[in-house]
Design a protein around this ligand. Structure first.
Ligand code: GAL
Length: 696
């Protein structure tokens, strides 16, 4: 038995140890304009941002207004106890929270609990998702990022402390109908299972400026090659090279646009696990195959997952550099080790990049607990299974993006896992879940997470669903039909073939505008597809409509629905197709025909368009410009352009043309295109057609 003196001594020792490991007043340093950082305890050597390895765009960040640290410093607490880091940030009444990764069900996250964990999405917003980015944006105009590659638990305004500054009202459930099982909470509380962490706070003052700073700190958004914004078809798993060439022919016969073909697992001599080597029976002549596509203006994107098959040539080289556990009998290369990266690079360059492969679809990096490496796995780098899970998809993106950059070629591909720091990555997230409405909410939420998302279309029960889904995907970062399992073609439902073709062509016509939106993502950090909550002064709550750039509001329709509610921000809004006034700062129930996805343009919206075409313009190809103006007011916009394929734009090989609409003496609107004197690239014909869509 321990005597009292001994117990007292041990208790005192315990207090000293706890206090010695705890810190509570963080020291905040402004590290970039409007971005503040604090390090608590001993942060991990490998973090999300260290893996993403992006260079901040300081020049663009310094153009955003920055005043002071946006939160009451004294109300933030950070403590390290027993190898765990506890963080607390205050919340005000009425404040809403957005973000916490790629969620599919909700946009308003206050009151939710998340365990941020890279995983496939299984139908619940619980933090397990393809991009569980530990970043949130407040409606009050600030943001918080926890830069730790850990399974982070977040109580986003759900726990109530005994010492809460603003405790919930005490209610008697017997008598008070307002009693709630989830009473008000005045803090976000976060548990990072590590000895410390790096925390970033972003100033606004608007939610959009918070997001801009976050994206710019991560290098600015990715500017895809022009062809990446055209239409892409992924073919059935076992298609051979001749099947694919026949499919390309069918696209021509159906007069359907096509910029790149997605080649699914069958290109490899073994898949699940993978050899990353061409299958000799289905793809006897890969170079001839790629060349034949290329002559037709089409590129190839290759599917893979990172698990290395014992029958491939990479296996013996990578075996000593792989984790302790297999996935489907394949080894898991430790891609945090430079030697592993080098071995993969040599193989991929020789067999794919040098042949002209345009990019990859990197599958299965999100994992399912039932087949992925377990949390007890070890890796030769010494990083834990948990850390590897949180960064694997991110590292695959960073590594492969570097290969294409080395060749001065822009790529644009797919990933199923991502995390913080990914804004500048050339990858779009997709998944196996298939709920049209939830896909739109994910698109909305992607703008709070610095990632791109495609609501890919695969199959449909009815022609109505088919056309509605295609309409949505044509208004997303990647217009993709993924036919790997179903073999569907855009024309699979003949009764809506024309409507499907029209919306695909509308996307092609809008390419100058969409490319502009991505240029804005790159140079200013504004997401190309974004939540309405990022529009200044937007006062409604919605999760199924979004903005494409500054000017176009997209309100997708879903099968079975003939009408829908659209929430319009302040300012006047016009119908994209007719130019007619629709509404301002209000919600309206609109009716939409099956053939059209509802699109609205804000007052003064200037939309540069080109004629219908089948492939994104190649470098040097010049298309005619039609510039539309909506509303009754003078306005101006910028038209960004470059060669569309290389990184030469970073060295000034680009142009920013001014599009100005003004009123003449008679009060009529007139358009003027002003080319800059420093312009290096301009892929449009000289004659420009201005279309004033709204009756004056
Ligand atoms: C899935 C992926 C699908 C398809 C398939 C091929 O994991 O999400 O899009 O590529 O693998 O086997």
């Amino acid at each position: 038995m321990m005597n009292h003196r001994k117990m007292f001594f041990l208790a005192m020792l315990f207090c000293v140890v706890v206090n010695a490991s705890a810190q509570s007043i963080p020291e905040w340093k402004m590290i970039h304009p409007g971005v503040w950082k604090a390090v608590i305890g001993k942060a991990d050597a490998m973090t999300l941002l260290s893996v993403a390895d992006a260079r901040p765009n300081l020049q663009a960040m310094s153009k955003l207004p920055s005043k002071s640290f946006p939160l009451p410093k004294g109300e933030i607490s950070m403590t390290v106890v027993d190898h765990k880091t506890y963080l607390r940030f205050p919340l005000e009444k009425g404040e809403q929270l957005y973000g916490f990764g790629l969620n599919f069900k909700n946009v308003n996250q206050r009151g939710k609990i998340f365990n941020l964990h890279v995983d496939h999405y299984d139908g619940q917003d619980n933090g397990r998702t393809h991009a569980p980015v530990p970043f949130y944006v407040s409606s009050n105009g600030y943001g918080v990022l926890i830069d730790a590659a850990r399974y982070i638990t977040v109580y986003a305004g759900s726990g109530v402390r005994t010492d809460a500054k603003n405790p919930p009202e005490l209610m008697d459930r017997n008598t008070n109908k307002k009693w709630s099982a989830h009473p008000y909470s005045d803090a976000v509380e976060i548990l990072v299972p590590a000895d410390g962490a790096s925390i970033y706070v972003f100033e606004g003052p608007t939610p959009m400026q918070v997001v801009q700073r976050y994206n710019l700190m991560n290098g600015g958004g990715y500017l895809p090659p022009k062809w990446g914004l055209g239409f892409t078809q992924r073919v059935p798993t076992l298609y051979s090279q001749s099947d694919i060439l026949k499919e390309v022919q069918q696209f021509k016969e159906h007069a359907f646009p096509l910029d790149f073909i997605g080649v699914e697992p069958g290109w490899q001599s073994m898949a699940y696990p993978c050899t990353f080597e061409w299958d000799k029976t289905r793809f006897p002549a890969p170079q001839a195959f790629i060349d034949s596509l290329s002559r037709q203006g089409i590129r190839a994107n290759l599917w893979l997952n990172p698990y290395v098959s014992p029958v491939g040539t990479l296996y013996p080289k990578l075996k000593p550099l792989s984790g302790s556990h297999t996935v489907w009998n394949g080894i898991v290369p430790d891609i945090t080790i430079p030697k592993t990266q080098q071995i993969l690079k040599e193989h991929f360059f020789k067999l794919h990049l040098q042949l002209g492969v345009s990019g990859y679809k990197m599958d299965e990096t999100d994992g399912y607990d039932s087949w992925l490496w377990p949390d007890v796995a070890t890796f030769p780098s010494g990083f834990s299974a948990e850390q590897m899970r949180q960064v694997y998809g991110l590292k695959m993106q960073q590594m492969t993006a570097g290969w294409f950059r080395e060749m001065n070629k822009r790529t644009y591909g797919l990933t199923r896992a991502s995390n913080a720091g990914a804004s500048g990555m050339p990858y779009v997230i997709y998944n196996d879940y298939y709920d049209h409405k939830d896909f739109i909410t994910a698109l909305v939420n992607s703008s709070f997470a610095g990632v791109l998302w495609t609501p890919e279309v695969r199959a449909s029960k009815t022609a109505e669903e088919w056309v509605r889904r295609i309409q949505s995907v044509c208004f997303s970062p990647m217009a993709m039909l993924n036919a790997w399992a179903d073999g569907t073609k855009p024309w699979s439902f003949p009764e809506v073939e024309k409507a499907v073709q029209d919306v695909a062509q509308l996307r092609m016509q809008l390419l100058p505008y969409i490319y502009n939106c991505f240029a804005q993502y790159h140079f200013e950090g504004k997401p190309p597809f974004r939540a309405m909550q990022l529009v200044d002064g937007f006062r409604f709550s919605t999760k199924d409509q979004y903005m494409m750039g500054d000017h176009i509001l997209v309100a997708p329709m879903f099968a079975g629905e003939k009408t829908r509610t659209v929430y319009f921000p302040e300012g006047k809004w016009y119908d994209f197709y007719t130019g007619d006034f629709v509404g301002e700062n209000q919600s309206l129930v609109i009716t939409a025909s099956l053939e059209k996805i509802p699109l609205f343009v804000r007052e003064g919206g200037i939309i540069p368009m080109v004629p219908p075409h089948f492939h994104a313009p190649a470098p040097g190809e010049k298309l005619a410009l039609e510039i539309r103006h909506y509303g009754k007011m003078p306005a101006s916009a910028e038209l960004y352009d470059d060669d569309g394929v290389s990184f030469d734009y970073e060295k000034g090989m680009n142009s920013k043309t001014k599009l100005v609409v003004s009123k003449n003496e008679k009060g009529e609107l007139k358009g003027n295109l002003i080319r800059s004197s420093t312009e290096k690239v301009f892929s449009y014909k000289d004659e420009v057609v201005w279309k004033f869509m709204t009756k004056q």
